[in-house]
Design a binder for this molecule. Structure first.
Ligand code: DI6
Ligand code: FE
Length: 398
C-alpha cells in the first residue's frame, strides 16, 4: 500500500535524454519520496490517497537554479538609459548598475526586502517551481549580505518551496573599498564567508569573475575560504569577457559555471571533465542584446550538462518567468526542447549539487509540477503562457 498515487497523468520523468516519457502513467509516493513510476496499468499496489490528474502532464518540480530575487529598489531607469544607447558596462562603471541596487538593498529592512521578494517568488511558484536558488550580492558588507541570506531563508518559511542560498559577496567592490578591490576580496574570504557559515545561512559560495567583478586570483581566495568552510562553489564566468572563468570553475570542482557567453572551448572541455554544469541565462543575453551567445553546440558535443535559469535580478535580467526562459533557451541559444526541459529539472538540480530531485525516480523527493499541455514541447513552444495547474512538495499538493 502506497501513501498516495498520482493517477491518469502523462509523466516526463527526465530519466533519459529524451525526457523519459511515460504516457498514461502513475506516480506513487511514500514518506514524501517517489516510491514507483510507470504505466498506470502496471501500478503494483493500491494507495491510501489518490490524486486524479485528469490527463495532465506531470514533471519533476521545476528548479530555478540562479536567481538574485532578493534586492531593494529597481533599475527601470537604467533600462531606459540602455534603450537610449548606454551599455550595461558603462552604467556599471559610472556607479550605477549593481552598486545602485547595493545602495537600495543596504537601506532596506529585512521586512521590506521580504515583502518585495514575495511576489517575484510567487510568479515562479505559479509556473511550477519547487526549488529556487537565491544569491546575496547586493549587500557587499557582512551585515547586509547576511541580511539578504536571512530573507532568502525566510522566503522558504513563508512559502512551500525549497530555497538554496548562495553567498555572492564577491559580486562587486563596494564603495568603501573603491580602488582596493583585492582588499575587499580578502575581507570576503576572511570575514564574510565565516560569518555566513556560522549562522548557517549559505549553502554555496558564488563569485563574479569578470572585468567589472574580480580577477581569477581574487576569485581563488574566495573559493579557498568556501572550501575551508566545506561549501560548494559556483561562478559567474565569462559573461562580459573571456577571463578563463570556465577553466577556473572546473579546476576548483565548481558545481556550476554560469553565463559563459564568452567561454572558450578549452574551458568547456575542462567543465565536462570536472562535471561542472553550465547554467545558461538567456534572459540576460536577451535584455542586454548580447551578440555573443554561449556555445551550446560545443557544450553538447563535449557533454557539458546544461541548466537554464532566469538570473532574475533588477539589472541584467529582470526575468520573472522560468517558462519564458525555456522558449528563449531554444530560440535564442538554439537548445533543443529536451535540453531546455532537462535544464530546468535534472541539470538544474545538478547545478545546485542536489542529488535528490530533478527527476521522477524512486527514492527522489516527490516534488511535482502539473501542466495542462498536449506534450512537453508546449512548455518551450508558447511564449508568455502559464499552463501550470499546480505543484506538489514532498508528495503533498500545494
Ligand atoms: N551577472 C549577472 O547577471 C548579475 N550579476 C552578475 O554578476 C547581474 C546583477 C545586476 O546587474 O544587478
Ligand atoms: Fe547572475
Amino acid at each position: 500500500m502506497f501513501d498516495s498515487v498520482w493517477l491518469n497523468c502523462h509523466a516526463a520523468t527526465m530519466a533519459d535524454d529524451r525526457l523519459g516519457l511515460v504516457e498514461n502513467a502513475a506516480v506513487a509516493v511514500n514518506d514524501g519520496r517517489i516510491a514507483w513510476v510507470g504505466p498506470l496499468a502496471e501500478l503494483p499496489a493500491p494507495a491510501a490517497q489518490e490524486f486524479d490528474c485528469a490527463g495532465a502532464w506531470l514533471l519533476p518540480g521545476l528548479i530555478d537554479c540562479h536567481t538574485h530575487l532578493v534586492f531593494g529598489g529597481d533599475r527601470a531607469a537604467e533600462f531606459e538609459q540602455r534603450l537610449g544607447g548606454a551599455t550595461y558596462e558603462e552604467i556599471s562603471r559610472a556607479g550605477g548598475g549593481i552598486l545602485s541596487t547595493v545602495r537600495a538593498t543596504r537601506a532596506a529592512s529585512e521586512a521590506v526586502l521580504l515583502a518585495a521578494a514575495l511576489p517575484r517568488l510567487d510568479g515562479l511558484l505559479a509556473e511550477g517551481v519547487t526549488t529556487v536558488e537565491i544569491k546575496s550580492g547586493y549587500g557587499l558588507d557582512a551585515e547586509s549580505e547576511l541580511k539578504m541570506l536571512r530573507v532568502a531563508r525566510a522566503l522558504a518559511v513563508e512559502r512551500r518551496v525549497a530555497v538554496q542560498t548562495s553567498l555572492l559577496a564577491a559580486h562587486a567592490t563596494p564603495p568603501e573599498y573603491a580602488g582596493r578591490r583585492a582588499d575587499y576580496a580578502r575581507h570576503v574570504a576572511k570575514t564574510i564567508i565565516p560569518l555566513a557559515v556560522a549562522e548557517g545561512l549559505a549553502d554555496a559560495v558564488d563569485a563574479f569573475a569578470d572585468t567589472i567583478g574580480f580577477t581569477n586570483e581574487e576569485t581563488e581566495w574566495v573559493f579557498a575560504a568556501a572550501k575551508a568552510a566545506g561549501l560548494p562553489v559556483k561562478l559567474h564566468a565569462d559573461q562580459l569577457t573571456d577571463q578563463g572563468g570556465a577553466a577556473l570553475a572546473a579546476r576548483h570542482g565548481a558545481i556550476s559555471a554560469d553565463h559563459l557567453e564568452r567561454a572558450n572551448e578549452k574551458g568547456l572541455a575542462a567543465m565536462a571533465e570536472a562535471g561542472t554544469v553550465a547554467v545558461l541565462l538567456p534572459g540576460a543575453a536577451f535584455i542586454l542584446r548580447e551578440t555573443a551567445h554561449p556555445d551550446v553546440a560545443a557544450m553538447r558535443r563535449l557533454g557539458v550538462g546544461m541548466a537554464l535559469s532566469t538570473d532574475m535580478n533588477p539589472g541584467s535580467s529582470p526575468a520573472r518567468s522560468l517558462l519564458l526562459m525555456l522558449n528563449l533557451g531554444c530560440t535564442l541559444f538554439r537548445m533543443t526542447v529536451p535540453e531546455a526541459l532537462l535544464g530546468v529539472t535534472r541539470h538544474a538540480a545538478a547545478a545546485l549539487g542536489l542529488g535528490d530531485r530533478g527527476m521522477l525516480a524512486p527514492g527522489l523527493r516527490a516534488d511535482f509540477s502539473l501542466f495542462a499541455i498536449n506534450r512537453p514541447a508546449d512548455l518551450c513552444y508558447w511564449m508568455g503562457a502559464n499552463p501550470c495547474l499546480g505543484r506538489a512538495i514532498a508528495g503533498e499538493p500545494v
